[in-house]
Design a protein around this ligand. Structure first.
Ligand code: ZN
Length: 87
């Protein structure tokens, strides 16, 4: 499935804006960076175990409406080209 964005603290972020907000250096592999950040604190394989106020949750393309925009840069997330293929 394709990750188009993230929910975090009551907003939706495109991958780039989330990387900026969390100061993730390895934007090319944001999922890898998030895995590291969550290590020992949040179980990313069970997103119901934490709240999106505490740690970002993934938003898949299929879950978005065509009008959903990044809360920071305004980019339409459904059309995001640099979405990440998530196995
Ligand atoms: Zn953005």
């Amino acid at each position: 499935m394709r990750i188009s964005g993230y929910t975090y603290k009551a907003d939706i972020y495109c991958p780039q804006c989330l990387a900026d907000k969390l100061n993730l250096i390895e934007f090319d592999d944001i999922e890898h960076s998030l895995d590291h950040l969550a290590l020992g604190r949040y179980d990313r394989f069970d997103e119901s175990s934490f709240d999106s106020d505490s740690f970002p949750k993934v938003v898949f393309k299929i879950d978005l409406d065509s009008t959903d925009q990044c809360g920071v840069c305004g980019r339409y997330l459904k059309g995001v080209r640099y979405g990440i293929d998530y196995l």
